[in-house]
Design a protein around this ligand. Structure first.
Ligand SMILES: [Zn+2]
Length: 463
């Protein structure tokens, strides 16, 4: 929106005088910038509320004796009736023309319909700010700091319901995408349009446990008891070389050691608490949207639970599969600690096998672990692990092709969704609540929040 700066300056001048008077009357002895700012914020908020009220009251135009009802019948003018909404400026009460008297019993305020207003509810503009706190903080914690930002109170329940509304919009978007990517016609349509695809696209999948513990007795009766469920999450992303000037100390060390430091960009996260079969459809659909079916190289980097490799083989059989380097190397550390009490021996062994693994000599790693299987449980288990993932650990080849070999992206993703939100103190989830909050949060993490904001502003859908 463009402002007429002269007009703004005029209003600003008036406001400055108004604040000057108000601040002078306060008891505060020495007035600091903070006091002036606060007084201005409060005044601007009141001003915004007043302006919104007047805007809506002016929006009515000429009233008519009769208007069409959505049902096809007629609605008669009643009177200008008051309605209250919660906006970013706080509570606003305004009067607008109200029509009723149709056989269908429904009434109508044309202004409300036109602007997507639900009387008694939160406006879309406020809803998205509230939901932002809900994806970041426990709802009760969000209530406290929203008050500092907004200068008025929002209840914990409102934060929960607005956050989950955003999650519901994301769930609907997910469902629509899954449907689209299962539909032959729309797939062919996409084929013809040839949307741009990345050269190398990466995918990573992981899971983390979430405790589902219904809050009230009614829910408890349905969901029975506390259960741990897997939140499955995935991420599509591309790699890019970190420019020298932006390299952190760790990345600089990496460049010295490995010749290059890569990082992920265009990260698109998705998640669900669902069976692998259902999650697979979401994997496929989000993958198509990210260009997985058209990229020159499709690369999966995972920590390697069997269900994950199975899904990848089912949906993207031609993809390159890589076991996350850090997990593979970390095993060697654990084996060394278990098998070698002598520090020097331990370090000598570890240095050699880590180098072997780094060079993709997985057979040598297996040979080095084999004699340790008797005294180290980790070594015994890892023999199978390295054997099963032989081709997924050709790190020399992957590095030579300039590929990323770490799945840190999805581990950080799971952490952001689960550890940093779903497991916060005070969080208690029923299944839907956990899913919706997680989905809303992934939209933010993927840079897709504005899509939800736009969708939210269309609610309630005009009938
Ligand atoms: Zn009607």
């Amino acid at each position: 929106m463009e402002y007429n700066i002269e007009k703004i300056n005029q209003i600003g001048k008036q406001l400055a005088e108004f604040i000057e008077e108000a601040v002078v009357q306060t008891e505060v002895e020495s007035i600091r910038i903070g006091n002036v700012e606060m007084a201005l914020r409060e005044a601007l908020q009141a001003l915004g509320g007043s302006a919104l009220k007047q805007y809506l009251e002016n929006a009515d135009g000429e009233q008519e004796a009769e208007i069409e009802c959505a049902c096809g019948g007629k609605l008669k003018y009643q009177r200008r009736r008051a309605a209250t909404i919660w906006s970013v400026f706080g509570k606003v009460t305004y009067k607008r023309a109200y029509y009723a008297g149709c056989a269908c019993q429904n009434g109508c305020a044309p202004v409300d319909c036109r602007y997507g207003i639900e009387p008694g509810k939160v406006t879309a503009g406020l809803a998205h700010l509230i939901a932002l706190s809900g994806i970041k903080e426990a709802f009760d914690e969000g209530r406290k700091w929203l008050k500092e930002y907004l200068l008025f109170e929002v209840s914990e329940n409102t934060i929960r319901s607005e956050t989950q509304k955003m999650g519901e919009l994301q769930r609907q978007a997910d469902q629509a995408l899954v449907k689209e990517m299962q539909d032959m016609k729309s797939l062919q349509q996409r084929e013809r349009n040839q949307p741009a695809a990345p050269d190398i696209l990466y995918g990573s999948i992981d899971a983390a446990k979430v405790r589902i513990e219904p809050r009230d007795p009614q829910e408890k009766a349905v969901e029975k008891r506390e259960t741990w469920r897997d939140l499955k999450a995935g991420c599509w992303y591309e790699g890019e070389v970190v420019p020298v000037r932006q390299q952190s100390t760790r990345q600089k060390e990496k460049v010295q050691r490995e010749g290059v430091a890569l990082r992920a960009k265009n990260k698109k996260y998705f998640c669900d608490i669902a069976e692998a079969k259902k999650f697979g459809k979401l994997l496929w659909a989000t993958g198509c949207a990210a260009g997985a079916d058209r990229a020159r190289l499709l690369v999966f980097i995972c920590d390697g639970a069997v269900w994950i490799w199975n899904l990848i083989a089912q949906y993207f059989p031609n993809a390159i599969q890589i076991v996350d380097w850090y997990h593979a190397a970390d095993r060697l550390k654990r084996i060394a600690e278990e098998a070698f009490p002598n520090l020097e021996e331990r370090q000598t062994w570890l240095k050699q096998v880590t180098e072997d693994l780094w060079q993709g000599r997985v057979e040598a790693v297996i040979e080095a672990c084999r004699p340790l299987a008797k005294k180290s449980k980790w070594a015994k288990q890892s023999l199978t692990y390295y054997r099963n993932n032989l081709e997924r650990m050709r790190y020399d080849q992957f590095r030579a092709s300039g590929l990323l070999i770490g799945s840190g992206i999805i581990e950080s993703g799971c952490k952001q969704i689960v550890t940093q939100r779903l497991k916060l103190p005070g969080a208690q989830w029923n299944l839907d609540g956990a899913i919706l909050t997680a989905k809303a949060r992934t939209a933010w993490m993927s840079g897709e929040w504005q899509k939800l904001v736009s969708a939210r502003s269309l609610l309630p859908l005009a009938t």
